[in-house]
Design a protein around this ligand. Structure first.
Ligand code: PFF
Length: 441
C-alpha cells in the first residue's frame, strides 16, 4: 500500500528534528572526552572550523538532494543517476548498523536513569558498569525498551511522531543542559576544568587530533548516510536551505560545547580524569553525582537529557530505513517500522552479548559491538565522500545551486564557497578521515 508523502508541519519542526538527529551520544559523551584528550580549547577551535566549512557544506548538499527529489536516500540518488543509487543503499545499511548498537547504549542510559533514582549507582561505579554491560539479560531488556520507544515515535509518522517528539524533547534537553552547566561551573574547584576546556594547548593538536575532529563532525552532524537527505525530502520548496543548514550545525555545536561545560568542570571539581573515554559518562559521572549536593536529582535529570538526545537521534536512524522501504518497496509505515525495528533489535542482541558471554567471538579482532562501531566509522566518511563527488561531478553544482536558491538569489559568495568545498576541500578532508578510520595514520 502506498501512502501520501508526508511533510514537516513547519520549518521550526524540521529544524528541531534535524538538530535532534544531530544532537546525540556523539555530543554528550564523545565530544567532551575528545576535547579533554586533544588539548581542550585547541581541539574546540579546529572542530568549529571544520563544522563551519565542511559540516555546513555537506549538510547543505544532503538537504539539496533530499528536497530536490522529494525521496529518501536510495531513491533520491537513483532518480538523479541510476548508477549512484548504491550510495543511498550504503546509507540505509549504515542506518541498520548504527541503530543496532546505538540502541544498546540507549538501553544503558535508560538503566542508569532508573538506577540513579531506585537504589542509586553503587559506589564502585566501574565494577557496576562492567557487571551491568556483561549481564546476559538486563541490557537486552533495556535495549528492547529503547528500541520500542524509538519505534513508537517513528510509527506515528513525520508530523505526528518525529516532529512532535523533537519539538518537545529538544527544548527540554536544552533547558536541562543549561541547568546542569550552571551546577557544574559553580562547583568549588570548577575553575580548573573551565581553564582546561578553554585554554588552547596547541602542542597537543596533532594530525591525529585534527582527523579525530573531522570524524567527530561527521558522526555528530548525522552526515554521510543520507539521514539529512531523508529529512530534507519532507521539506517544502519554499524553505531556505542555506539558512537551515547553518542553524542545524550551529545548534549541534552549541550543545557539544555546553556538554563540555556540563561535564568537564564537575569532573575536575571532584578530582577525576577527564580523558576517561567510554567510562566518562557511565563510570566517572555517577561518582561525580554521588559527591554533589542534590546529586540524585542532577544525576537523574542528566540521564533524562542523554535519553532525549539519544532518542531524537535513534528515530532519525530508523526513519532512514523506513523511508527506504516506503519509497523503494512501497511498504506501509507500520509494516516497515515493526519489521525493521524488530530486525535491528535482533542484531543488537549479539552486540550486547559481545560485552559478556560472547566476548570471545571476534570479527577483524573486534568483538561484535566494536565491529559495528568500526563499520559505521568507515561507512559515514565513504558516504560523505561519494556524496561530494556525486554533487560536484555527476549531478552538477549548477543544479544543486538551483535547488538551494529556489531559482532566486544566494547569499553573498555562497556559490563560490559551496563549489570549492564540495568539489575539492570536503572530498580531500573526508579521504583523510577514512584513512584514519582504517588505521593508516
Ligand atoms: N548524530 C548522532 C550523535 O551525535 O549521536 C548519531 C547519528 C544519528 C549518526 C543519525 C548518524 C545519523 F544518521
Amino acid at each position: 500500500m502506498t501512502e501520501k508523502r508526508a511533510q514537516w508541519g513547519s520549518n521550526f519542526g524540521f529544524i528541531m528534528a534535524a538538530a535532534g538527529s544531530a544532537v546525540g551520544l556523539g555530543n554528550l559523551w564523545k565530544f567532551p572526552y575528545l576535547a579533554g584528550k586533544n588539548g581542550g580549547g585547541a581541539f574546540v577551535l579546529i572542530y568549529l572550523l571544520i563544522v563551519l566549512f565542511i559540516g555546513f557544506t555537506i549538510m547543505l548538499g544532503e538537504m539539496a538532494i533530499g528536497r530536490h527529489t522529494q525521496l529518501s536516500s536510495f531513491n533520491a540518488y537513483q532518480k538523479i543517476s541510476k548508477k549512484w543509487a548504491f550510495v543511498g543503499g550504503l546509507g540505509v545499511l549504515a542506518g541498520f548498523v548504527i541503530l543496532s548498537f546505538y540502541s544498546v547504549v540507549g538501553g544503558w542510559v535508560l538503566n542508569y536513569m532508573f538506577k540513579t533514582v531506585i537504589g542509586g549507582i553503587p559506589a564502585d561505579s566501574a565494577a557496576y558498569f562492567g557487571s551491568f554491560i556483561s549481564n546476559p539479560i538486563l541490557p537486552i531488556f533495556w535495549h528492547l525498551i529503547f528500541m520500542a520507544m524509538t519505534a513508537v515515535i517513528v510509527f506515528k509518522g513525520i508530523g505526528g511522531g518525529i516532529e512532535k517528539a523533537c519539538k518537545f524533547m529538544m527544548p527540554a534537553l536544552f533547558v536541562i543542559l543549561v541547568i546542569i552547566c550552571i551546577r557544574s561551573v559553580t562547583l568549588p574547584g570548577a575553575a580548573a576544568g573551565i581553564a582546561f576546556y578553554l585554554t588552547p594547548d596547541f602542542s597537543k593538536l596533532t594530525a591525529g587530533a585534527v582527523i579525530a575532529a573531522l570524524g567527530q563532525v561527521f558522526f555528530s552532524l548525522s552526515l554521510g548516510m543520507g539521514c539529512i537527505i531523508t529529512y530534507g525530502s519532507y521539506l517544502g520548496k519554499e524553505e531556505n536551505l542555506a539558512k537551515n543548514s547553518m542553524i542545524v550545525p550551529f545548534l549541534d555545536t552549541l550543545v557539544a560545547l555546553l556538554a563540555g561545560f556540563a561535564i568537564l568542570p564537575a569532573v575536575f571539581a571532584f578530582g577525576f580524569e577527564p580523558g576517561a573515554g567510554p567510562g566518562l559518562m557511565f563510570v566517572t559521572l555517577p561518582q561525580v553525582f554521588a559527591q554533589m549536593p542534590f546529586g540524585t536529582f542532577f544525576g537523574f535529570i542528566f540521564f533524562v537529557l542523554v535519553l532525549f538526545a539519544a532518542l531524537t537521534s535513534s528515530i532519525s536512524l530508523l526513519e532512514v530505513t523506513v523511508a527506504y522501504m516506503q519509497d523503494q518497496h512501497k511498504w506501509g509505515r507500520s509494516k516497515s517500522v515493526i519489521t525493521l525495528s524488530g530486525i535491528m533489535f535482533l542484531i543488537g542482541i549479539p552486540a550486547s552479548l559481545s560485552m559478556g558471554v560472547w566476548g570471545s567471538f571476534k570479527i577483524l579482532g573486534k568483538n561484535f559491538f566494536d565491529f559495528l562501531g568500526f563499520a559505521s566509522d568507515i561507512m559515514l566518511p565513504v558516504g560523505g565522500l561519494l556524496m561530494c563527488i556525486f554533487i560536484g561531478y555527476v549531478w552538477g553544482i549548477d543544479k544543486a545551486i538551483d535547488e538551494i536558491s529556489n531559482g532566486g538569489k544566494l547569499p553573498f559568495k555562497l556559490r563560490g564557497v559551496f563549489t570549492i568545498m564540495i568539489k575539492y576541500v570536503a572530498p580531500v578532508a573526508v579521504i583523510a578521515v577514512f584513512l584514519n578510520a582504517l588505521g593508516v595514520f
